[in-house]
Design a protein around this ligand. Structure first.
Ligand code: NI
Length: 144
């Protein structure tokens, strides 16, 4: 069994603010990430797939097919966007990097079998580096 990871990059802005909480509680919880006009990140996203070697190609995954899937379902829809106002998933959910990783995973899972129809490769996990010091990871099994 092999694990293959591809790395992608996109930029987006966000503001951490929960509609369920009072303004002062949002400020206390999220600090400068709650500033009203938001701020940007250069996100690095790693997509990991797992599977056996394909006997014909001697590869685990068609990386061109993965690139097309990520470009269509993730990069085209998130790059240079305001996550709070331009991405439906964050209309009500706070765009923390945990939620962003979950959303990216959900998007890829939804289309995965259309692109990779066999048993393998399977989507294993999503890892996001929001900054050099903040790294978030979610395994695909944990996401609906
Ligand atoms: Ni931020």
């Amino acid at each position: 069994m092999f694990r293959v990871t591809r790395r992608y990059a996109f930029s987006a802005s966000h503001r951490l603010n929960s509609a369920l909480l009072a303004p002062e509680e949002n400020r206390r919880l999220y600090g400068k990430c709650n500033n009203p006009y938001g701020h940007g990140h250069n996100y690095l996203v790693e997509v990991s797939a797992r599977g056996p070697l394909d006997p014909y190609t001697q590869r685990t995954i068609d990386t061109d097919a993965l690139d097309r899937l990520v470009a269509r379902e993730v990069l085209a829809q998130l790059d240079h966007r305001n996550l709070n106002t331009e991405v439906a998933a964050f209309e009500h959910a706070v765009p923390t990097s945990e939620n962003l990783a979950g959303e990216i995973c959900r998007r890829l899972k939804r289309q995965w079998r259309a692109v990779f129809p066999g048993e393998w490769p399977c989507l294993e996990k999503i890892r996001i580096a929001e900054t050099a010091r903040n790294i978030f990871e979610v395994t695909a099994d944990e996401i609906e």
